[in-house]
Design a protein around this ligand. Structure first.
Ligand SMILES: Nc1ncnc2c1ncn2[C@@H]1O[C@H](COP(=O)(O)OP(=O)(O)OP(=O)(O)O)[C@@H](O)[C@H]1O
Length: 274
């Protein structure tokens, strides 16, 4: 995949979490005891059932939630020792349900990604915006009001906006949710090809396994497992975290692991199509 130099950062960050705990109420943490390392340029997938704490963890990694205890650091620097602006220069996000009632066009929204690097409001080079539009197959929508786009088109705009920021760390909360199958594969392959450290929360375990260097499994706010995808996403681990049975074989074309799921409950597992 050819990616324009206008979208390539040059110093992917090392990300580390150490005994990270966060909650609204100190006595009832929503996530606790989270420790992991992501090497520069690698991709970490965060998986777990609904309500496990994935978004809460991601918010601690882009300096939105201040950990109750423990730290999240970029290249050894605690995120909370960086200014908000320094953090915005280095960390880009693609979040769920982006607000879209700004009355701005697609190109204008993507251009906002350049903001943290601007010294003044002088007009800057438009090339990164054009390249991001092309990469995300959005050029034909450049002049459209964001609010009029489909869910998947909006999601691709938010990825494009993050790319022009040329971040050292890119955090994406369920970026594939609204995307069709081809765009899911393309966006995840593109993220892997970029020289950026990526943390992505995702529900699709097969995509996590095929597109991440490591996987962190969250279960009820705790780190159930962390490591290489196939070491972590075993049928036993999936069963205890997601309460489903899993068969894993090789995809006949790609050779990637293929996951098939069924309900563990014998009452319902076998008779779906009966
Ligand atoms: N600001 C908050 N105040 C109160 N409870 C919260 C807050 N943020 C998150 N929670 C709760 O913490 C738990 C974890 O939420 P979180 O959004 O992190 O889960 P998730 O793994 O991303 O879930 P999903 O897969 O459904 O998106 C949920 O029970 C949620 O209701």
């Amino acid at each position: 995949m050819m990616i324009s130099r206008h979208l390539l950062g040059d110093r992917p960050a090392a990300l580390a979490a150490r005994d990270l705990t966060w909650g609204v109420d100190r006595s009832e943490p929503i996530i606790s005891g989270i420790s992991f390392d992501v090497a520069p340029g690698e991709t970490l997938a965060v998986v777990g059932p609904n309500g496990a704490g994935k978004s809460s963890l991601l918010r601690c990694l882009y300096r939105y939630h201040r950990p109750t205890t423990g730290t999240a650091s970029l290249d050894g620097q605690d995120l909370w020792s960086l200014s908000a602006r320094d953090c915005a220069r280095r960390v880009a996000t693609v979040l769920q349900e982006p607000a879209s009632d700004f009355g701005l066009t697609v190109a204008e929204i993507i251009e906002l990604g350049l903001t943290p690097h601007r010294r003044s409001w002088a007009r800057t080079d438009y090339e990164p915006v054009e390249d991001a539009l092309a990469l995300m197959q959005l050029t034909h929508l450049a002049g459209r009001d964001l609010a009029t786009l489909s869910g998947g088109e909006k999601q691709r705009v938010m990825v494009a906006r993050a790319l022009v920021q040329k971040p050292d760390l890119l955090i994406l909360d369920e970026p594939t949710n609204h995307l069709d199958i081809r765009h899911q594969l393309e966006v995840l392959a593109m993220l892997r090809a970029l020289p950026v450290t990526v943390v992505v929360s995702i529900h699709d375990l097969a995509l996590a396994s095929s597109h991440a260097d490591s996987v962190l499994v969250l279960h009820a706010g705790r780190m159930a497992a962390f490591g290489a995808p196939l070491d972590v996403l075993t049928p036993a681990a999936i069963s205890s975290t997601f309460a489903v049975g899993t068969s894993i074989d090789r995809h006949p074309v790609t050779g990637q692991p293929r996951f098939s799921f069924h309900l563990n409950d014998p009452e319902t597992a076998g008779d779906t199509y009966a």
